[in-house]
Design a protein around this ligand. Sequence first.
Ligand code: SF4
Ligand code: SF4
Length: 366
Amino acid sequence: MESAGKLLEQKIRDVEENKNIKVYTDGEVKEVLGFLGNFIAALKTRESEEVEIKVGSVVVATGFDLFDPREIPRYGYGKFDDVYTALEFERMNLEGKILLKNGQSPKSVAIIHCVGREKKGYCSGVCCSYSLKFARYLKARLADVKVTSLYSELSLPGKAYQKFYEETKGMGVDFIRAKEIEIEEKAIKYRTEDGKEQNLPVDMVILAPAIQPSSDASKLAKMLKISRDGNGFFTEEHEKLGPVSTSMEGIFIAGCAQGPKNVVDSIVQGEAVAGRILSSLIPGKKLEPEVRTAEISEALCIGCQTCLEVCAYGAIYFDELKRVSVVNEVLCRGCGNCVASCPSGAASLKHFTTTQIHQEVVEALR
Ligand code: SF4
Ligand code: SF4
C-alpha cells in the first residue's frame, strides 16, 4: 500500500514551491465580495495581518471534522486509556509507534466501524475501507497481533474493495457484525446478529467516527451566500448536472465540503473544478452575464427592502440617497423572487414582464 502521508508530503511541497500559488495557512477569511471573474476576499493572516486578494473564482474545499465519540459515552473515548480515534491511530502509525499507554505493544486490537453513523443519519462511506487499511498496518507492524473489526454494515463499493476485503480476511482479521457495542476497561461487550451477548478482551480500540461538516461551514455559507443540505454539507447546484458548482456563479465546492468522500473522489472533484474555472475564465474572453435579470423601477419603488431579504444571491442593494433598491445585474440569477415579493410592482424580470406573460397566456389560449 502506498503511504498517503508520503503522497501528501510531495503534493504540499509542489504547491508551496509553485510561483503561481500563494498559500496562507492558519488564516481566516473575513469577507468575500463580488462575482465570477471579480471576487475580492479579505483575509486575516496567522500574523494578524489584513490582506485583500482579487480572484476570479472561489473554491470551497474546507474538508470535514470527525464526529466526536464522546457524544456516545458507551464507546469509552476519553474515559479509558488506549481507546483512539482513527485520526489518532493514523498519526501513531505515521510515527511508527503503535504502542499502548504503558509503552507495550498491543496483543489484540479492535476496530469499531460506524461510530456516530446512526446519530448522523448517513454512512460516511470511507470508514470501512480505511479500517481494512488499519487492520493491514497492524498485521504488518505487529507480529501475532489479533485484529477484530466490529461493524454494523460493511460498505465497500467499487471494483477494488471487495478483493481488498477478502485479502484482509485472508490475513487473519476477524470481521463481526455487532450491535449494542459497549467498551469497558480492556474489553468490548456487544451483541451478535442473533442477539447473543459476547465479551471480547482487547488491549487497544480504534474508533472509526463519522465524517461531519467542518465547524465553520455555517459561517462560510452565510458569507458566500451558498446553501447547505440538512446534514450541514455545502450543496451542489445539481446532483448530476452541476456536481461541483453552487447556486453562486464562480463559487465551486470540492471534496468533503460537499459530503463525505474518499481521496480519489476528492481529487476527481478538484480536477473537475479546475476544468470548470479554466473553461469559464479565459483571458481576453468577455463574460456573458445572465440576460434574464431583474430590474427595479425607481419611480415605483417604495423602499420597503423586502426584495433584499428574499434575494438568495445578494444581488440587490439599497441606495440610501435615493431610498430605492437597485439590482446588481452581474449577481442576479433571474430567479424572480424579488418580483414575486415586491408589494409595489417596482421589480420586474427583463423579458418576463407582466404584459409579456399575459400576452403569452392569451396566445396559448387562442
Ligand atoms: S420590494 Fe419592491 S418596493 Fe420594496 S424595496 Fe424592493 S423593489 Fe422597492
Ligand atoms: S431575480 Fe432573483 S437573483 Fe435577481 S435580484 Fe431578484 S431575487 Fe435576486
